[in-house]
Design a protein. Structure first.
Length: 298
C-alpha cells in the first residue's frame, strides 16, 4: 500500500526522487547509452568482417600434468609431442637417457668423482675433438674413472690418438692454504697399477706418475686436441694450463673440471688469472666446469 502511494505521488511529480533513485536512474541511462554505442561498434566491425567476443583472463588448468611427460607448447600456439619428454628436468638432459653415452659412462661410473652431467660434457667434447689434430690429456686421474671412459671412446673411434694421464697416484701435493681447501695427501687411496687394470687400454694410454709439471718433461713438442684438467688446486691448475695452452690445436678444448666448485677456489683463481689478456674467455658451465675453446683467432 505504501509502495503504491509512493508511485502515485511520484507520477504526479509530488515526490522528489531520493538520491539513491537518482543515482540508479543515471546508471541506467548510461548503460543504455553504452549498449547503443556497442551496437554501433559491433555493426561497423561486422561490416569489416570482425566480431566482438567476450574475453576472460587465462587461468592455469587445475589438473595440469607435471612438466615431465607432457606436450611442450611452443609460441604461435602449435603443440609438439616430444618423444623423450621425460628427459626434460626441466631442460633436456640427454645424460639421463639410453644410448651411446650410457655405454661409455659405465666405464667411469664405478671409479669417478665426476658426476654424470659433467661426464656427458667430456664425452661430447671428446667426440667433437676426434678430428682435431693432437692427442688427449688428462691431468688429475685419481682412480681412473674419467680416464677409463675417454680411453674406451678413443679405442673405439680414434685409436690413433693417445691418452696421456698425469697424477701422483699418491694424493695431492702440498697446497696453498690461502687459496685452496684441499690438503696435501687428499685422494691418496689409489695406485698406478690399480688404475691401469681398471682402464685396460694399454695400447693407447701413457701413464705418467709423479708431480705436475715435472711429468710433462719430454712432451714439449706435443700437440693436444682435448685436455681434461681435474687437479683441484691453484698451482696444479696453473702449471697444467701453462704447459697445455700453447700446445692446444686450433679448434681444441680444455675442460677445467673444478672451476665452479666451492671446494676448489684455487682452481677458479688459476683459470681466471691464466686467461687474463688472452683472447679466450672461460665459459662457466652450469655443471661447475669451465670450457675453454681455442678458436681461429689463435
Ligand atoms: C679430483 S681428483 C681427479 C678425479 C678423476 N678425474 C675422476 O675421474 O674421479 C684430483 C687428482 O689430482 C691429482 N693432482 C693434483 N695436483 C697434482 C699434481 N701437481 N701432480 C700430480 N697430480 C696432481 C691428485 O693426486 C688427485 O688424484
Amino acid at each position: 500500500m505504501k509502495a503504491q502511494l509512493q508511485q502515485l505521488l511520484h507520477r504526479l511529480g509530488l515526490l522528489e526522487p531520493s538520491r539513491r533513485h537518482r543515482a540508479t536512474a543515471r546508471a541506467y541511462r548510461k548503460t543504455l547509452r553504452d549498449a547503443g554505442r556497442r551496437r554501433v561498434v559491433r555493426s561497423v566491425l561486422k561490416e569489416l568482417g570482425y566480431d566482438l567476443v567476450k574475453s576472460a583472463p587465462a587461468q592455469p588448468a587445475k589438473d595440469e600434468p607435471p612438466l615431465r611427460n607432457r606436450e611442450i607448447k611452443y609460441p604461435l600456439g602449435s603443440w609438439y609431442q616430444i618423444p623423450d619428454s621425460s628427459l626434460y628436468t626441466p631442460f633436456f638432459s640427454p645424460w639421463l637417457g639410453e644410448g651411446e653415452f650410457k655405454h661409455y659412462y659405465a666405464f667411469a661410473a664405478p671409479r669417478s668423482l665426476v658426476s654424470i652431467d659433467r661426464c656427458y660434457v667430456l664425452y661430447t667434447l671428446l667426440m667433437q675433438s676426434l678430428l682435431i689434430p693432437g692427442d688427449v690429456w688428462e691431468c688429475g686421474v685419481y682412480k681412473g674413472g674419467t680416464a677409463a671412459m675417454m680411453a674406451a671412446l678413443l679405442r673405439d673411434k680414434m685409436p690413433s690418438k693417445k691418452l696421456y694421464l698425469f697424477d701422483t697416484f699418491e694424493g695431492m701435493p702440498a697446497t696453498d692454504s690461502a687459496k685452496d681447501v684441499h690438503k696435501k695427501g687428499d685422494f691418496a687411496d689409489t695406485s698406478t697399477e690399480g688404475i691401469m687394470t681398471h682402464i685396460g687400454c694399454p695400447d693407447i694410454c701413457e701413464v705418467r706418475p709423479g708431480f705436475i709439471p715435472s711429468t710433462f718433461a719430454g712432451l714439449e713438442s706435443a700437440q693436444i686436441a682435448f685436455a681434461h684438467v681435474d687437479v683441484d688446486i691453484y698451482q696444479s691448475v696453473l702449471d697444467s694450463l701453462n704447459f697445455i695452452w700453447p700446445r692446444l690445436s686450433r679448434g681444441g678444448f680444455i675442460i677445467a673440471d673444478d672451476y665452479g666448485w666451492p671446494s676448489c677456489p684455487g682452481a677458479r683463481a688459476a683459470v681466471e688469472e691464466f686467461f687474463v689478456g688472452k683472447s679466450a674467455i672461460p665459459l662457466c658451465l652450469v655443471s661447475g666446469q669451465a670450457l675453454i675453446f681455442k678458436g681461429a683467432a689463435w
